[in-house]
Design a protein around this ligand. Structure first.
Ligand SMILES: [Zn+2]
Length: 195
């Protein structure tokens, strides 16, 4: 498996995760922030990941949306940690786990976010129901695409840097099961209706 990437020379995209986690040394932090000023790719990556983390954070701290244990990601991470070796790889794995969780949760926040955008965006408001639907679908596709792109990149990088294949399988199984979930729910509802 080969990752085709147009990353610039000097880009350390895995440092984005470390940067967000506050795990960079002082020297690495200065270097990375300097690089950010001149590199739109890394800046965009940082925006994407920060956005996903914000969504995750909001979802976890919004008590009315759904009930998820407060330390859910930490518990998942702690279990995963037993099988892992190496700080850098571990960080990438934890990031991928968080992103998977975020993807699952983003869908909950999307409805609210999309409708808020519609209310306050005068250009779209006159499109009414049709515009709302188009915008909602587009927003959903775009956000899901962004999240998946980040996950694919993280997983791809883990492979390129020689982590063992077990992790890749776990990540893929996680993503696949996430995407299968709506299908199962739909099937379940259909079965209910038939009965
Ligand atoms: Zn860069």
């Amino acid at each position: 498996m080969k990752v085709t990437s147009n990353d610039r020379i000097g880009c350390q995209l895995e440092e984005v995760a470390a940067y967000l986690d506050g795990e960079l040394s002082a020297a690495a932090l200065a270097t990375f922030e300097e690089h950010l000023k001149s590199c739109p790719d890394c800046a965009a990556e940082l925006r994407n990941q920060r956005q996903l983390l914000c969504t995750l954070d909001f979802a976890l701290h919004e008590p009315r949306s759904f009930e998820l244990p407060r330390d859910f990601t930490r518990v998942v991470a702690a279990h995963a940690e037993n099988d892992l070796s190496g700080m850098r790889q571990w960080r990438e794995r934890r990031r991928a786990l968080q992103l998977c969780a975020a993807l699952a949760l983003v869908s909950f926040g999307l409805l609210g976010a999309a409708s808020r955008t519609l209310v306050f965006d005068p250009a779209r408001s006159f499109l009414r129901v049709t515009g709302s639907l188009i915008s909602l679908v587009w927003q959903t596709i775009h956000d899901a695409g962004t999240g998946i792109a980040v996950i694919v990149r993280v997983v791809g990088r883990a492979v390129v840097f020689g982590s063992h294949g077990l992790w890749l399988l776990v990540a893929l199984a996680f993503i696949v099961s996430l995407s299968l979930l709506p299908l199962l729910i739909a099937k379940y509802h259909r079965a209910q209706i038939v009965e």
